[in-house]
Design a protein. Structure first.
Length: 503
């Protein structure tokens, strides 16, 4: 991508099938072996520690010194290095949400790692202080340059990390063979042409968050949605459309955060109302809870409902919590997120959460007995009422996500056009854009204070792309409603329509 610095070009023509790189895993920088690592520490963070050990502790004595000297010391286009003003412009985007959550450089983890390093004098001597800035640098190197490895989880691979990314027309991809990482050409390369790698099939949320760039091709415009967002919008819809009005206890912030960050929370789920910024209430559709005791538990729940107070909160809360607990047990609620894009407007996992929370008692009992708990909308026959509920929740979800932004799509497009108007040539980080005309009052580039032009450009591209995806999802749901209205006029016994999203 532009502004990424180092790249690789062919000195001579190269043919399809040629191996341009073969790198033994022994020649890669792998995670630091840590026996007493904190529970939160993952392999990427252990690789950060290995990098800091080689760079800060061994220094010039490190065998990795020549490679370390090729690494950037600053990452101005990566959000971890954004100014406060630039971070403000990210508000509402998926990048903003991930930075505050399960990112390898979230502040809570960095504080924990820094504190742990102080307790490891055999690894990090007391005269070498590993601070937040050191960890931020190491996290940026790992997030932007590391490769997944089947043998060690993740690794820094010299030479391979010099290949820049292309999603549309890469020349090569890594072939992970355990102890050997190989790159073969998938198309010819001309003399002097840059050799491009494909980093993977991710959306612009991940590219900007970890790599500091935005892929302009449409399939990579995406919106990341958390399970907490999905649960919140589903329960809000059920609350508004329930047949039985109920009041529920105040939401638990602890449970809400556990759903969002993936902590195991089944004990809380059994006795608390979900705390995802909503009161956990639902319509009669979701009144009964099912557990491993089957029919006996169902009858007990029915008897309990008859004996409870008028607000009906006990049975209803139990139903919601039982379903959330089951969804968490089968892995649909946790630290995973869902990516909505033009090529997949409705991920099956996201749809499954909405449908399960909206099911009637018998439907839920049938769902629990399935071996595959992800509902495939493209191939399964889903009840029309559940589909209508799904589309309604999706419209609510779109509205909720749009409201997180401080600007509209039209405002972002106008700002992007003004930025392009003032920049006469591509901006290189650290340079001052040219004026359009000397003496013109409008000659100063249109930039908010504290915001660098390339970062503003990437942020606007991200925001525009995400808002377009949300608009596309809204249109699709509204079309499904229109289709449903037309079907209501058909005679009884007619063919059931096949409604899917994201085929």
């Amino acid at each position: 991508p532009p502004g990424q610095g180092i790249g690789a070009r062919a000195k001579e023509p190269l043919a399809v099938g040629e191996a341009i790189l073969k790198i033994p895993l022994a020649c890669c920088l792998t995670p630091l072996p840590v026996l007493d690592a904190p529970e939160f520490m993952d392999e990427q963070q252990k690789l950060m520690l290995r990098l800091l050990y080689e760079d800060r502790v061994l220094g010039t004595k490190s065998d990795w010194r020549p490679y370390l000297d090729t690494l950037p010391r600053e990452f101005p286009t990566v959000p971890l290095w954004f100014t406060p003003e630039e971070l403000t412009l990210l508000e509402g985007t998926s990048v903003d949400a991930l930075l505050a959550g399960r990112h390898i450089a979230n502040r809570q983890d960095l504080d924990g790692i820094a504190a742990w390093c102080k307790t490891q004098p055999n690894v990090f001597p007391t005269d070498i202080c590993i601070g937040i800035e050191d960890l931020r640098w190491a996290a940026s190197v790992v997030a932007s340059r590391a490769f997944d490895s089947s043998a060690v989880g993740v690794a820094l691979v010299p030479f391979a990390d010099a290949l820049n990314h292309s999603s549309a027309s890469p020349h090569t991809r890594m072939d992970d063979r355990g102890q050997m990482l190989t790159f073969h050409l998938e198309r010819t390369v001309s003399e002097g042409e840059e050799i491009l790698n494909c980093y993977g099939h991710h959306g612009n949320t991940q590219w900007l968050l970890n790599g500091g760039f935005v892929d302009r091709s449409n399939p990579f415009e995406d919106v990341v949605v958390t399970p907490a967002d999905v649960v919140s919008c589903t329960l809000a819809h059920l609350r508004e459309n329930r047949e039985l009005q109920v009041r529920c206890p105040a939401p638990s912030d602890e449970l809400g955060s556990s759903i969002a960050d993936g902590r195991d929370n089944r004990e809380h789920v059994q006795d608390r109302t979900p705390g995802v910024e909503e009161r956990a209430v639902c319509e009669r559709n979701v009144c009964e809870a099912q557990d491993d005791d089957g029919q006996e538990h169902q009858e007990e729940a029915e008897e309990e409902e008859e004996e409870e107070d008028d607000d009906g909160s006990t049975a209803l809360n139990g139903a919601v919590c039982a379903r959330l607990s089951f969804l968490q047990e089968v892995g649909l609620l946790g630290d995973r997120t869902f990516s909505i894009s033009s090529v997949d407007l409705l991920p099956d996992g996201l749809a499954t959460i909405v449908l399960v929370l909206s099911m009637g008692r018998r439907e839920f009992a049938g769902y629990r007995s399935r071996s595959d708990h992800v509902i495939d909308l493209a191939s399964e026959d889903v009840d029309e009422n559940l589909l209508q509920c799904l589309y309604t929740v999706l419209l609510r979800l779109v509205t909720a996500l749009e409201q997180k932004y401080k600007t509209s799509l039209e405002e972002d497009l106008q700002l992007l056009a003004r930025l392009h108007e003032y920049l006469e040539e591509p901006v290189v980080m650290g340079t001052t854009p040219k004026r359009r005309r000397d003496g013109d009052e409008l000659a100063t580039p249109f930039l908010p204070p504290g915001v660098r032009p390339e970062n503003l450009h990437n942020i606007l591209l991200l925001r525009v792309g995400q808002k377009r995806v949300l608009q596309e999802l809204r249109r699709h749901c509204e079309e499904c409603f229109l289709s449903g209205d037309e079907d209501e006029g058909e005679e009884e016994g007619g063919e059931a329509r096949d409604v899917t999203i994201g085929d």
